[in-house]
Design a protein around this ligand. Structure first.
Ligand code: GLN
Length: 503
């Protein structure tokens, strides 16, 4: 029955509606694929009993003609989303075996719409990272391989043979690409949906800040965090976002704007649209294949009747440094709650301060500690004005750049999604964290400005690995992104993993 896992969400919905197969059949096919794919470390927790129970309930609803929009669709959940009664760790030892007594709004919306939970997916610890190597669990492996590379061969063992799926939503991207779920939840603070999507040939959208409720999602940097889907294609991403989005009285930053029919935007013409090409995204030393990919993407949109215009976003170069002040500042505050008293891990100490120190020393990983220290520093008296205030001012200027472009009639902006294809496990960032941070050079601007951004696969590098393009939209205009991304998808086709080598 494994071929059922090849179906997109849209196709699976048709099969379920026509009773070609049942939700239980579909769920069983995914559970078998997950078992065969365990070596990819995409899941940190499989929930087969819950999945089968939810699938049976879906079958009953389908029989009664009460199917929801995602009825019977098996979904993987990033382990940053709190799931009631199911362990939620943010892939940090400090959360230990934390079992939430509440459900995040995003996952509650999915279950309301009939989706089935397969399990919890790997991610960077507290979503801090670009390779999923900061997880407290063994890191997920990209189902894509470089041409001719032989898994397991060579003295390098895992390092060198296997590629990262990107991060922080690496488990989500690996699971979707390897067909270990029909779609996955993900979050994006600086690129964590779009970069892993680009590294795995999948589609990922970070919606406008406020489009999706953050309630019940483990917080990293609250003014930047936004949840969105990673899916096999543009239409599936649209179907999932329609379920995620909507007003939530539990999150005051979440808008009550009506949720459009995103799937209806897929296939809509882009004729007459104006697409901006920002010159500041042409980086020195950018690989030629990324430049080519970008030009090809622009040519596709031009052929489809869009007008291409060069635009300038002059404050782009400040986005990454400003992000690495704002995000750690907010993280240092958000992570203060992990004190050994309220959640998860507790290391006993002589007194309360000793307990805090021992718990935090043991529970947090290296990258998380680095962020807490940077964040505490930039917020401290004497440095606050020099760093934090300056970074927030730059953020305003970055946002203004986009507003000016949109005011001149630009409908969406086309850029590369990442400066390279997926890299090897252990290959980046161990000596210099900035090397890793540079992965997000094209994506962080979008979080700083609170805008929506989608990554869509658009080509391959010289070694056969997928590469993605990014489209950035006006606030709350995800529909345009779906329409434009679908044009690229139609021209370039989908990017399924070429070889299923993992079992
Ligand atoms: N890679 C970026 C970081 O480490 C972004 C992560 C994210 O979007 N969650 O902060």
């Amino acid at each position: 029955m494994t071929e059922l896992t090849q179906l997109t969400i849209a196709e699976a919905r048709d099969g379920l509606t026509n009773r070609t197969f049942s939700a239980t059949d579909l769920t069983k096919a995914y559970l078998a694929a997950m078992e065969a794919g365990r070596s990819l470390n995409a899941y940190v927790l499989e929930t087969p009993d819950k999945a089968l129970e939810m699938a049976a309930a879906s079958d009953a609803r389908i029989a009664k003609g009460e199917a929801g929009p995602l009825e019977g669709i098996p979904i993987g959940v990033k382990d940053l989303f709190c799931t009631k009664g199911t362990r939620t760790t943010a892939c940090s030892n400090i959360l230990g075996n934390f079992v939430p007594t509440y459900e995040s709004t995003v996952t509650a919306n999915l279950w309301r719409d009939g989706a089935v939970m397969l399990g919890k997916l790997n991610n960077d610890e507290f979503a801090m990272g670009s390779s999923n190597e900061t997880s407290c669990f063994p890191g997920p492996i990209n189902p894509w391989r470089r041409n001719g590379s032989n898994v397991g061969a060579g003295a390098g063992g895992i390092e060198g043979s296997y590629l990262v799926p990107g991060g922080s939503s690496g488990g989500s991207a690996a699971a979707v690409a390897a067909m270990l779920c029909a779609g996955a939840t993900a979050t994006d603070t600086g690129g964590s949906i779009r970069q892993p999507a680009a590294f795995t040939g999948t589609v990922g959208i970070k919606p406008t800040y406020g489009r999706v409720s953050r309630w019940g999602i483990v917080a990293f940097a609250s003014s930047l965090d936004q949840a969105g889907p990673i899916a096999r294609d543009v239409k599936d991403a649209a179907l999932m976002l329609a379920s995620f989005a909507g007003a939530d009285p539990k999150d005051t930053t979440c808008t009550d704007l009506a949720v459009p029919d995103y799937a209806a935007a897929v296939g809509r013409s882009v004729k007459g649209m104006t697409i901006g090409i920002p010159k500041e995204y042409r980086l020195d030393g950018m690989p030629a294949e990324i430049g080519r990919l970008w030009e090809e993407g622009a040519a596709i949109l031009k052929d489809a009747g869009a007008n291409l215009v060069e635009i300038s976003l002059p404050h782009t170069k400040y986005a990454l440094p400003a992000y690495y002040i704002v995000a750690p500042a907010e993280a240092s505050s958000n992570l203060a709650r992990y004190d050994g008293v309220r959640y998860g891990l507790r290391e006993p100490g002589r007194d309360i301060v000793d307990l805090y120190e021992k718990t935090r020393a043991k529970g947090f990983g290296k990258e998380v500690k680095r962020r807490i220290m940077i964040g505490t520093y930039v917020l401290s008296a004497g440095y606050y004005d020099a760093y934090y205030v300056r970074a927030q001012q730059l953020r305003t200027l970055i946002k203004r750049d986009f507003e000016e472009a949109y005011a001149k009639g630009v409908d969406a902006i086309l850029t590369p999604a990442t400066p390279s294809a997926a890299f090897g496990i252990g290959e980046k960032g161990s000596a210099d964290p900035v090397e890793m941070y540079l992965n997000d050079v094209f994506t962080v601007t979008v979080n700083m400005a609170g805008l929506p951004g989608i990554a869509v696969p658009a080509g391959r590098d010289a070694q056969g690995l997928p590469l993605g393009l990014q489209l950035i939209g006006r606030a709350f205009d995800e529909e345009t992104l779906f329409s434009v991304a679908a044009v690229i998808e139609r021209a370039k086709g989908r990017f399924p993993v070429t070889e299923r080598w993992w079992g």
